[in-house]
Ligand binder design. Structure first.
Ligand code: EPU
Length: 431
């Protein structure tokens, strides 16, 4: 297993580019199951989650050919296999996003239930409720959900998709991807408004789907008989961009972030400004591919954060902002409203000298003057990102163990941070 070794207290400076979004790419790749014509994608990041999706799609009869570092062509040629096996699903929960496309295109699906997850319980009841409203039936067998579509074709319906924690991102992706081939009109109310849903809708529309309202809480889909192929460039990753912004802030550095989806990051940039970090669009601030200068000041002010569905503050940036606020001059309150157990980084940050107190879904962060390097580990992708950021600012050496979690969502993070002045390297834990 690999770890990162970081010599902290070095200001970052220079230019860093944001890659394509993992969370946009995953349901978009699954949408290639909806057509037997080729789907061409660019800006697909080279990550372990993406490779797992590639493997799953190949098993489901959809060949994935990498045509460049970040380009691929997906082509479904064999529709006989509809089983997403536990072996793959257990490595990546997002495997569940093949459920909607399989039911819509093949009238049947067998998907292993994802099971527990480091960031808390992650049920798929809303996915099933939505697909049932479109006419699918489900039963559970051997840990697998087996879905069938009596009559072979889904039927449009009105669906309220909100749950106890608000909207569901992959649930919305599943229902949207299923509704495009259903007979009649589907209304998804309380749909997720995340930019990744808009990106999926854009690809589906390019394939011939008829969708309005993506990006708003009400999406309306007029089902069509069949979809063709399409070409699509994946949006840049807003969470990677936000992580780079915090990297500039926490090292009192200055980064120019290119290919930055600034328009999708307003909650995060609003917090950064409150904290005293300069965020300046060097071109169009309403762009999803902006050039942005981020400069950290010497003094950081505290800030209260509550995670919410988009356009609220994203849960996927909570750990990174907590790392930053451990060094603020005062007390911040961070409340996690999407995944109330997503605090794996709290105990690890404490090992670096942070003063944190967690009660239920809330963490109270009392800023300290400095963090000190330590060996740390977290079994969640974003928690690991928070620890890397803390390591960049800490005095001395930080070792972030088990970086395979990080590799699920950040491509060669150590090489890209090293290019802007971080002293960070990947070493084997055995060494
Ligand atoms: N929920 C239910 N029932 C469901 C589905 C969700 O109760 O059927 C609950 C969840 O337990 C959670 C809330 O609804 O409390 C929102 O979960 P959501 O379904 O939106 O999460 P997701 O679609 O499974 C995606 C991202 C996550 C990100 C969340 C929230 C992908 C592949 N994953 O997950 O990303 O945290 O949305 O924005 O898109 C990450 O990248 O590190 C990551 C975990």
């Amino acid at each position: 297993m690999d770890m990162f070794e970081i010599e902290g207290s070095r200001r970052l400076s220079g230019e860093i580019a944001v890659n394509g979004s993992k969370n946009a790419a995953l349901p978009i790749m699954a949408a290639a199951l909806l057509t037997q014509e080729p789907v061409r994608l660019s800006d697909v990041p080279d990550l372990s989650d993406i490779r797992n999706m590639q493997k799953l799609l190949t098993e489901l009869g959809c060949a994935v050919e990498r045509t460049g570092k970040h380009d691929c062509i997906l082509h479904t040629t064999d529709t006989t296999e509809s089983h997403a096996r536990y072996d793959i699903v257990k490595t990546m929960r997002a495997s569940v996003c093949v459920l909607g496309p399989l039911l819509a295109a093949r009238g049947k699906a067998r998907v292993s239930l994802p099971g527990g997850c480091a960031i808390g319980q992650r049920p798929i009841d809303l996915h099933l409720k939505g697909l049932e409203a479109l006419g699918a039936t489900f039963e559970l067998e051997g840990g697998d959900v087996i879905g069938r579509v009596p009559g072979g074709r889904l039927r449009g319906n009105r669906i309220f998709l909100g749950g106890a924690f608000g909207s569901t991102v992959l649930g919305t992706a599943n229902i949207l991807s299923a509704a495009v081939l259903a007979q009649g009109t589907t209304v998804i109310e309380s749909a997720a408004c995340e930019p990744e849903i808009v990106d999926l809708a854009n690809l589906l529309s390019a394939m011939g789907a008829r969708i309005t309202g993506a990006g708003s809480p009400r999406i309306v889909v007029e089902g069509v008989e069949q979809l063709g192929g399409g070409s699509h460039q994946i949006i840049p990753d807003r969470i990677e961009a936000g992580t780079f912004m915090v990297a500039a802030a926490i090292t009192a550095g200055e980064l120019t972030i290119t290919n930055c989806p600034l328009d999708a990051l307003m909650a995060a940039t609003n917090c950064l400004e409150q904290i005293g970090v300069e965020v300046e669009a060097l071109d169009d601030a309403s762009s999803m591919r902006a050039r942005v200068r981020v400069a950290g000041g010497r003094a950081l002010r505290p800030c209260d954060i509550t995670t919410q569905p988009h356009p609220g503050f994203p849960t996927d940036l909570q750990a990174q902002f907590m790392a930053l606020l451990t060094l603020a001059d005062g007390t911040s309150v961070i409340t996690e409203k999407i995944f109330p157990e997503r605090f794996l980084h709290v105990a690890e940050l404490s090992r670096m000298g942070a003063q944190l107190f967690r009660q239920g879904p809330t963490a109270i962060v009392s800023g300290v003057r400095r963090l000190v390097g330590a060996p740390v580990m977290a079994s969640d992708l974003r928690a690991s990102a928070g620890l890397v950021l803390a390591g960049l600012a800490a005095e001395g050496t930080t070792r972030v163990l088990r970086v395979y979690h990080l590799d699920r969502g950040y491509e060669k993070l150590e090489e890209r941070l090293a290019k802007v002045g971080a002293r960070i390297k990947r070493v084997s834990e055995e060494e």
